[in-house]
Design a protein around this ligand. Sequence first.
Ligand code: DX5
Ligand code: ZN
Length: 226
Amino acid sequence: MQNGVIKLAPSILAADFCRLGEQVAEADQAGADRVHVDVMDGHFVPNLSMGAPIVQSLRRVTRLSLETHLMISDPDFFLDEFAEAGSDSFLVHWEGNNNLHRTVQRIKALGKRAGVAINPATPAAMLEEILPDLDQVLVMTVNPGFGHQHFLQSTLPKIRQVSQMIEQIKPECDLEVDGGIDEATAPLAVEAGANVLVAGTSVFAANKSVADAMEGLRDAILQIAH
Ligand code: DX5
Ligand code: ZN
């Protein structure tokens, strides 16, 4: 576990969009580290979600860091627009990007934090050369495109591998996981080495308040220390 501090990144994909500002404020008060914004284009993944106007609206109501997960073809076309709207960091996929190094350099040139995401079928080794340039790595624990999916336990060995690579190559790099994170799976991901947990359904669509849901996740993680 890096630094011993686990950060929570609520994903607004599962939020009630009629009350988005309110729900993000609740997450902020409950100690969220950042807000995770899932952008889908119906091409890179088989689903549509949101674009830069949502980031622009959120920027006006929260000081939390806005993390933008681009599940889109040609992310380079959209970096400027999201940066202008108020994104603080970008997660771009390794898959389908023939010029990943260029994309990462463009993100850094915009003064934003850069992260690379890998899908469940993509090996950890694909990150090795780009890792020195990254602020975070995102290991997808579901296939991207939809919220409310089951955590893939088969990704746990990969989280361990990425954790070791980070330790050796870039110890200050965050190791984030995304998909199916709840009170049962959060401890598994943390034990494997994750230090940032993206959680949508278990934070915004649980049968409890956002604050209680986040406390539940924190308590579940604490159990593994004892
Ligand atoms: C999936 C997205 C996730 C999603 C996670 O493609 O990248 O961020 O919102 O949702 P849950 O936590 O419901 O699995
Ligand atoms: Zn995501």
